[in-house]
Design a protein around this ligand. Structure first.
Ligand code: NAD
Length: 454
């Protein structure tokens, strides 16, 4: 079912970027030097290596002095906790929980909490650092943090997840708070998990809705937050489409990772008139060139749990999903899924990175060579943290905005961010990713300097 690799037409900005002193070959060599493939690893380098690579390249271009750079290589604070829970097998299972605060120069730390067996301290460090640059690119007044528990969330019962969520909050609450650090959902955590965490925090500190975002609407969650990361990806598409010559009614797209981000991006792309022709989740991948209804697929997964059993689409291998000839590919699963061994098979015109760190630097260089236009995670998936900022503001005032207000304000910030980064990319003849890192790093370094932190 794999389609042939094609070389899409290059957009003007990419052609300019090719003249950049940062040559593709050089990027590949640097990426190689930064980390080689390890057995069993999806990508040739870890998420931490990926974020450090992009940071270093931008810091070099900005001539950030080495002594200042060192400050951003490591997080400000790392908390590791033990989470023993008795599961339904009547045995105690011990998980590790992490909360890592990378940099708080621009405001309270902000970042999601992930429940996944592959969570480890380096991955959380990478995601925390990415949040520092992301909040700065979006220009919302937060620093960057991330959390995680290495539990097999998809196999656990609801009561077991609740026990882990409460235990995690009990153990990290001392470094959290509405003016210190505000968690949010990420992979395998959702509004319900945030509700348990808020409740646990409230037992110690009194009712404090602003302790986390992404909560249920019934508990001072914000309208539009659940959809916001996916919606933000679509705002990015709308900004890029005219320059790529794409009109929604003729646009086909593929989603890797049909979870919160992926399914909302798909449903909103479909509302615009675009057609989904492939999708995947942890169970496998499906394809139908005539179109897969995004709403029906979401409803089906909610009921049955298995994307691969969806009628009206044929099951394909996850590798073949990436090779589908389409206009837009939205990676919305885990990090490192697009790497040097599969980037060449990708046959889309534009990638909108819903996931964090889905693309390794070597893959990025290959995609660049092929003329694929990449809208990077650090700006493309900022919709979640922007709507989290709105939720936090509403919670601090115990006031509620309408969904329309949230979506409009989200659109304004996403568009501004795309235009800021795009202008910088054109000015310096570099990719959107490099430009986004330049914008983010400049803002964080300025805040850190002005505070007297560096
Ligand atoms: P989620 O748990 O709701 O969904 C993740 C999806 O990815 C699930 O459908 C899962 O089955 C699928 N998946 C897991 N492994 C896979 C694999 N090997 N191949 C294909 N699919 C696979 O999580 P989410 O909140 O949608 O987060 C998805 C990505 O978006 C993550 O990288 C996350 O860090 C990033 N992100 C999320 C938010 C947010 O607001 N939730 C914000 C910014 C970035």
């Amino acid at each position: 079912m794999a389609t042939k690799t094609k070389a899409p037409e290059k957009v003007p900005q990419q052609e300019e970027a090719e003249k950049s002193p940062i040559a593709v070959e050089e990027a590949k060599r640097e990426a190689e030097a930064a980390g080689r493939a390890k057995p069993g690893q999806r990508a040739e380098m870890s998420n931490l290596d990926i974020v450090r690579f992009y940071f270093d390249r931008a810091a070099e271009r900005l001539k950030v002095p080495e002594d200042v750079r060192v400050v951003f290589w490591e997080p400000y604070r790392e908390v590791t906790v033990q989470i023993p829970v008795k599961l339904s097998d009547n045995k105690v299972h011990v998980y590790s929980g992490y909360r890592i605060q990378h940099n708080g120069a621009r405001g309270p730390y902000k970042g999601g909490i992930r429940f996944h067996p592959e969570v480890d301290i380096d991955e959380v460090r990478a995601l925390a650092s990415l949040m520092t640059w992301k909040t700065a690119v979006a220009n919302v007044p937060f620093g960057g943090a991330k959390g995680g528990v290495n539990c097999p969330a998809e196999e656990l019962e609801r009561s077991e997840l609740q026990a882990i969520a409460r235990s995690f909050m009990d153990k990290v609450e001392k470094v959290l708070g509405p003016t210190r650090d505000i968690p949010a959902p990420d992979v395998n955590t959702n509004a319900q998990v945030m509700a348990w965490m808020m409740d646990e925090y409230g037992k110690l500190h009194g009712h404090t809705p602003a302790i986390c975002t992404g909560k249920p609407i019934a508990l001072e969650g914000s309208y539009g937050r659940e959809q916001a990361t996916g919606r933000g990806c679509v705002y990015m598409f709308r900004e890029a489409a005219p320059q790529l010559g794409l009109t929604p009614s003729d646009t086909t797209f593929v989603v890797q990772g049909y979870g919160n981000v992926g399914s909302w991006a798909a449903k909103i792309m479909q509302q615009l008139g675009c057609r989904m022709i492939g999708a995947s989740d942890a169970h496998g991948a499906i394809r139908n060139d005539a179109g897969i209804d995004a709403d029906d697929l979401d409803t089906f997964i909610a009921k049955s749990g298995k994307l691969t059993e969806f009628a009206g689409a044929e099951e394909i291998s996850p590798d073949d999903l990436l090779a589908i000839d389409c206009d837009v590919l939205i990676p919305a699963a885990l990090g490192g899924m697009i790497h040097e061994h599969n980037a060449d098979t990708i046959a889309c015109k534009v990638i909108i990175e819903g996931a964090n760190s889905p693309t390794t630097p070597a893959a990025d260089a290959i995609l660049h060579e092929k003329g694929v236009f990449v809208i990077p995670d650090v700006m493309a998936n900022a919709g979640g943290v922007i709507a989290s900022y709105f939720e936090w503001v509403q919670n601090l005032q115990h006031f509620r905005w309408t969904e329309r207000e949230v979506n409009d304000k989200l659109g304004t910030i996403m568009r501004r961010s795309y235009r800021d980064v795009s202008a910088r990319a054109k000015e310096e003849k570099i990719s959107l990713r490099d430009a986004a890192y330049l914008v983010g790093i400049e803002r964080v370094v300025e805040a850190a300097r002005t505070r007297g932190y560096v």
